[in-house]
Design a protein around this ligand. Structure first.
Ligand SMILES: CC(C)(COP(=O)(O)OP(=O)(O)OC[C@H]1O[C@@H](n2cnc3c(N)ncnc32)[C@H](O)[C@@H]1OP(=O)(O)O)[C@@H](O)C(=O)NCCC(=O)NCCS
Length: 236
């Protein structure tokens, strides 16, 4: 995986206490990315062994971004929830352990081949959906693909996956075709979507405005809701 300057990643300008941060994926993230992939794409990920994620990290065409709650915030959140349980007389079976790992709530991956970038996956863990994290990941992908001087940005999405299609349409993708019975688990069609020219000055200006509007609204830096039990299954 090629390492990109972090300034090509959309970052929150003023992080709130439980704000979400977008950064390039590292090897330490593989266990959580594997878990998210299997949770969000049960049919497709069946054919992706654990070792394939490590290989992707060394694939110069592949780029992965994760959405995370940084470990510092995560420890603070755990301390607060432990105190809450203590004060409310609830069960204290779980100790207020600190944790060194970021909590991953989503990831996105894309491949670059000549002047085309192809989105492999964008996924957000179920409890964290509808909090603009998917959109944040997509903005990072568009930003990075543009910096890598690609022109065409493409993807395939299940015909029944209307939430994802809505997200892509909102950010400038168009439907360009269909692959009949593309998905082998249920013979579902794939809808092909693309942005034709990432380098087009009009598109870049629209994207720049859209990104700065979202950042001004604190859209990407607002606090996200973290369910109390979401920390336990993540290994340290
Ligand atoms: C698609 C997915 C990544 C969206 O993530 P998310 O964080 O919930 O999405 P966001 O909160 O950023 O929403 C962004 C836009 O997506 C669309 N959207 C997201 N969820 C939606 C839903 N349930 N119904 C309708 N539109 C939806 C909306 O246009 C939304 O914009 P809005 O809030 O202004 O209406 C998430 O649902 C997911 O991980 N799904 C499973 C994996 C998947 O299908 N990935 C895409 C495969 S190509």
């Amino acid at each position: 995986m090629q390492h990109l300057p972090t300034n090509s990643v959309v970052q929150s300008p003023a992080m709130g206490s439980d704000a979400c941060l977008f950064r390039p994926m590292t090897e330490a993230d593989i266990p959580q990315v594997y878990a998210i992939d299997h949770e969000c794409f049960p049919a497709e990920s069946m054919f992706r062994p654990y070792s394939s994620y490590g290989r992707e990290m060394h694939n110069s065409m592949a780029h992965y971004i994760v959405a995370c709650v940084p470990s510092r915030q995560r420890s603070e959140h755990m301390r607060r929830s432990w105190m809450r349980r203590l004060l409310s007389g609830g069960s204290l079976s779980t100790s207020p352990a600190t944790t060194r790992q970021d909590l991953l709530v989503g990831f996105a991956g894309f491949w670059v081949m000549l002047d085309e970038a192809h989105i492999i996956a964008i996924a957000v863990r179920n409890p964290y959906r509808r909090q603009a994290i998917g959109e944040g990941l997509l903005l990072c992908v568009i930003d990075m693909a543009t910096s890598l001087r690609t022109r065409l940005l493409t993807l395939e999405v299940r015909a029944s996956n209307h939430p994802a299609q809505q997200m892509y349409l909102k950010h400038g993708f168009h439907v360009v075709g269909k692959r009949p019975r593309y998905y082998s688990d249920n013979q579902e069609d794939a809808v092909l979507m693309s942005i034709e020219d990432l380098q087009d000055p009009e598109f870049r200006e629209r994207f720049r405005q859209q990104k700065s509007e979202l950042l001004q609204q604190d859209y990407l830096s607002r606090a996200i809701e973290i369910p109390e039990d979401s920390f336990d299954p993540v290994p340290d």
